[in-house]
Design a protein around this ligand. Structure first.
Ligand SMILES: [Zn+2]
Length: 277
């Protein structure tokens, strides 16, 4: 239960700048200027938690970093995860804030690790799940505009033979982890907004495309929740994917799956088969 004021009675606090508002997903504690974008990101993440991760009512708060000493993913006194975000360029901070549309991506990471496949080890990206599955959960939370950019990039990478082959994608360390740009020792995912590895964009595009491909091939919108359950059950995810996509009986099934994946990228209307691309 949240001890928050209802939507109609906006409470003023934090030297008159921040407003705590209750929302469908929990609450936002941000300045009036950021309230709309914070609520929009939270609503989108809440919907994706249901459709992508099968989490029926994943509630959380979104708080402006200027108004809290909490860190990303801490729990509020009410027990909700708190997502601390920098919405504005402050007088003390000379760097630009991260684009707010990345907030839902980062919430996707946290919810996946918090509820589906937690982290029990140090020095790893996200949780115990393979890095590609951690990242796939987050890109699945992204909005349509960003997805369209990732899809166009996937088509381009595929044409230039730069898309990461599934044989490698399913086993590789996250490119940003490999460069050491993610502080892994905390066991908590810290948002990173500037790619240091030149393979990061391919990794994200491959994750978006493989997610779309799996949803279509398996006819399962919640394929990520199913993959997480298979992982928790100790299944070999490569074999599980091959079985779900009809390649388990094939010799070199993963090669056949990758060939199918590339053909699909070339032809699917949202990818290379679209009229506008
Ligand atoms: Zn990510």
């Amino acid at each position: 239960m949240l001890l928050m004021p209802p939507m109609s009675s906006v409470m003023e606090s934090h030297s008159g700048q921040s407003f705590i508002r209750s929302t469908a997903f929990g609450y936002v504690d941000v300045d009036a200027e950021s309230a709309e974008s914070a609520t929009e990101e939270g609503n989108a993440a809440y919907r994706s938690a249901g459709s992508v991760l099968n989490l029926a009512d994943a509630r959380f708060g979104i708080v402006d970093s200027d108004y809290t000493t909490s860190r990303w993913g801490d729990r509020s006194p009410d027990g909700l995860p708190v997502y601390v975000w920098t919405f504005r360029k402050s007088s003390t901070n000379r760097t630009l804030p991260p684009p707010v549309y990345l907030l839902r991506h980062e919430i996707g990471h946290d919810l996946f690790v918090r509820y589906l496949v937690p982290s029990t080890k140090r020095d790893q990206y996200g949780g115990d799940a393979p890095d590609w599955l951690d990242e796939m959960a987050a890109v699945a939370f992204e909005g349509e505009a960003l997805k369209a950019i990732r899809r166009r990039a996937a088509v381009r990478y595929a044409r230039e033979a730069k898309l990461i082959p599934l044989q490698r994608f399913l086993t590789m360390v996250h490119p940003e982890m490999a460069t050491g740009s993610i502080p892994a020792s905390s066991g908590q995912l810290a948002p990173v907004f500037e790619a240091r590895s030149n393979e990061t964009l391919q990794f994200y595009s491959t994750a978006t495309a493989f997610y779309d491909f799996l949803v279509i091939r398996t006819k399962s919108a919640a394929i990520i929740a199913q993959l997480a359950a298979a992982f928790r059950d100790g299944e070999n995810l490569d074999q599980w994917i091959l079985a779900r996509t009809g390649y388990e009986e094939r010799e070199n099934g993963i090669d056949a799956l990758n060939a199918d994946f590339l053909t699909w990228i070339a032809c699917d209307p949202d990818y290379g088969g679209g009229a506008s691309r």
